[in-house]
Design a protein around this ligand. Structure first.
Ligand SMILES: *[C@@H]1O[C@H](CO)[C@@H](O)[C@H](O)[C@H]1NC(C)=O
Ligand SMILES: *[C@@H]1O[C@H](CO)[C@@H](O)[C@H](O)[C@H]1NC(C)=O
Ligand SMILES: *[C@@H]1O[C@H](CO)[C@@H](O)[C@H](O)[C@H]1NC(C)=O
Ligand SMILES: *[C@@H]1O[C@H](CO)[C@@H](O)[C@H](O)[C@H]1NC(C)=O
Ligand SMILES: *[C@@H]1O[C@H](CO)[C@@H](O)[C@H](O)[C@H]1NC(C)=O
Ligand SMILES: *[C@@H]1O[C@H](CO)[C@@H](O)[C@H](O)[C@H]1NC(C)=O
Ligand SMILES: *[C@@H]1O[C@H](CO)[C@@H](O)[C@H](O)[C@H]1NC(C)=O
Length: 497
């Protein structure tokens, strides 16, 4: 097994040269004598200047003697929406809410005209949503026509998306005509849905009709995000299918009715919006000038064309690959984060060993085989989340393709070239998380994945420490300095005993 991994490693590195010689016309497949071996990109967010300094003061000192180059990767733009006014913590989208005059809110409203005039819209048996300010749920509603089509019995459930707990439900039957209206309403016990709650409303067909195909042409409930109190996230076409991203050109048969909890608090939040905006503008100015100073002084910051928020990390990474493809002529590219200590000595030892073996041309391989190489620890069979910070709207499998640990991975020039060339297309696929995105982008090309073995160090994904690992992740600024102290005292970044 070890031998196999060892061979894979060598073959992986070899193939890099094959790619070079197939894509570029190179007379000599050997590495140019003075070519840079490793280029390092360190993901950092704009406000993390202390973390950046801790890295400059510690392990980056070792890159000088090794003749390496590095850049901190930062977004060019600061999000201009104050954090308290963002729709999601992780993205730079403004939350606008207008509650004037209304005491009751609903997630759907009758739009009979639409059903009569426009042609069919696709109808869904459920939807998921996110609550932006606490509300109290009072009623569940269903369109009468659907009930009839469904055979007279339908159960409507509100489920907590995260825990899968059923919060309230109501059974509707065609026989009980509580009003003449086309929308049947059922009161439920009032239930508080707190800010940040993610819920799913789902229609359940009961009795003989479950599984029956319904004619959806009569759907006329129009989406209403309750003046901005909620955001629709996903749609459920079928109870057994994975939800799809929400889109307004669709329809549902069910809705919720709720009231505001702590109305006063929300009203004052809305009233102080302008003040927050002014304060934030000053924050941005001061952050920008701090960044400019840092960048001029240290000359080690690469500003990439994105707004620097979590959800944009995949784009930031692509911009970096594109940049690296054209500007960083190195055999390998290492990506890491600003809370990670890179064991430069171990990493370089591995790369140099591999280069030596390669230059001896100890192994050969048919030039028709095309593979790319990729060195890290990998997550395999990782589940795709449909809620929370890691909610994935656009990747519909149950699990992700293998992806590396963001705390440290090395890509060969061939892989960087592959990514750099396709960056423009990948920019339009919006997956969450930079490391899972990389797994998806590379899934087709399927470069050879190489993990640690006898000749190479191993990459750590989390805070666990192994003195001979390639890296140590999840360090606070203080812990970074401590690790450096220990590294200097006893060559062990985990500490001296
Ligand atoms: C940066 O961090 C400081 C301290 O945590 C905070 O006060 C400030 O608002 C942050 N600025 C930005 C622009 O995020
Ligand atoms: C590390 O580098 C920084 C900045 O380049 C320098 O001020 C510091 O003295 C160096 N420390 C060591 C231990 O070499
Ligand atoms: C229920 O109401 C509909 C129209 O609103 C009516 O056509 C139907 O006869 C009523 N059914 C019963 C059982 O009352
Ligand atoms: C379900 O269908 C069976 C046979 O088709 C019938 O005997 C039964 O009464 C139906 N049950 C309901 C609840 O409609
Ligand atoms: C509510 O919907 C409107 C458009 O119908 C949209 O502009 C707004 O951003 C939405 N608000 C939320 C909180 O999703
Ligand atoms: C790798 O190291 C183990 C001991 O840690 C040793 O038994 C094994 O033979 C080594 N394999 C290779 C390929 O060097
Ligand atoms: C490293 O050595 C210095 C000076 O000898 C000492 O103050 C420090 O505590 C040591 N750090 C560790 C982690 O051993």
């Amino acid at each position: 097994m070890r031998l196999y991994i060892f061979l894979s490693f060598i073959i992986g590195i070899m193939s890099f040269f094959l790619i070079r010689s197939t894509l570029y016309v190179v007379q000599d497949a050997e590495v140019k004598k003075n070519e840079l071996l490793l280029f390092i990109g360190i993901m950092s967010s704009q406000n993390n200047s202390e973390a950046r300094q801790s890295i400059r003061d510690t392990w980056l000192n070792l890159t000088g003697e090794q003749g390496l180059k590095y850049y901190f990767l930062l977004g060019k733009e600061v999000c201009n929406v104050p954090p308290e006014d963002r729709l999601y913590k992780e993205a730079c989208t403004e939350w606008t809410v207008d509650i004037k005059g209304s005491s009751e809110f609903s997630t759907g409203e009758a739009d009979i005209l639409r059903a009569r005039i426009f042609q069919k819209t696709e109808a869904y048996v459920g939807f998921t949503f996110l609550v932006h300010h606490s509300v109290v749920i009072h009623r569940l509603n269903i369109q009468r026509g659907f009930l009839v089509a469904a055979g007279g019995f339908v159960k409507l459930n509100l489920i907590n998306s995260v825990t899968r707990e059923k919060i309230v439900s109501a059974t509707f039957s065609d026989v009980e005509n509580n009003s003449g209206s086309d929308l049947l309403e059922k009161s439920v016990e009032p239930y508080l849905l707190p800010k940040g709650f993610e819920g799913q409303v789902i229609v359940e067909l009961i009795g003989n009709n479950s599984g029956k195909n319904l004619d959806y042409s009569e759907c006329w409930l129009q989406w209403n995000n309750a003046s901005g109190l909620i955001t629709f996230l996903q749609l459920v076409r079928n109870i057994n299918e994975k939800p799809v991203p929400f889109h307004y050109v669709s329809c549902t048969f069910a809705s919720l009715t709720f009231t505001l909890h702590e109305r006063g608090e929300l009203e004052s939040h809305i009233a102080s919006k302008l003040d927050r905006k002014k304060t934030w503008e000053n924050e941005i100015k001061s952050l920008k000038s701090k960044l400019l100073r840092e960048s001029e002084e240290k000359k080690d910051i690469l500003f990439l064309d994105v707004v620097d928020v979590y959800r944009n990390l995949p784009r930031k990474l692509l911009h970096f690959f594109k940049w690296a493809h054209f500007n960083a002529e190195s055999s390998y590219l290492l990506k890491t984060d600003d809370d990670t200590f890179i064991n430069i000595g171990e990493v370089m030892k591995t790369l140099k060993t591999v280069r030596t073996i390669q230059s001896k041309k100890a192994l050969t391989r048919p030039a028709t085989e095309f593979s790319l190489d990729w060195w890290s620890s990998f997550r395999e069979g990782w589940p795709v989340h449909s809620f929370g910070k890691w909610r994935e709207d656009n990747y519909r499998s149950a699990t992700y393709p293998p992806f590396p640990c963001g705390a440290g991975y090395v890509l060969s020039q061939g892989v960087v070239q592959f990514l750099g060339n396709r960056a423009f297309n990948f920019l339009y696929q919006d997956f969450q998380g930079e490391d899972v995105s990389l797994g998806i982008w590379l899934a087709g090309a399927n470069p050879l994945r190489i993990t640690g073995d006898n000749i190479s160090c191993e990459w750590a994904c989390d805070g666990t420490c192994n003195p001979r690992a390639c890296n140590r992740a999840e360090l606070s600024v203080d812990a970074m300095y401590q690790a450096w102290d220990a590294y200097k005292n006893c060559s062990n970044f985990c500490g001296c005993h």
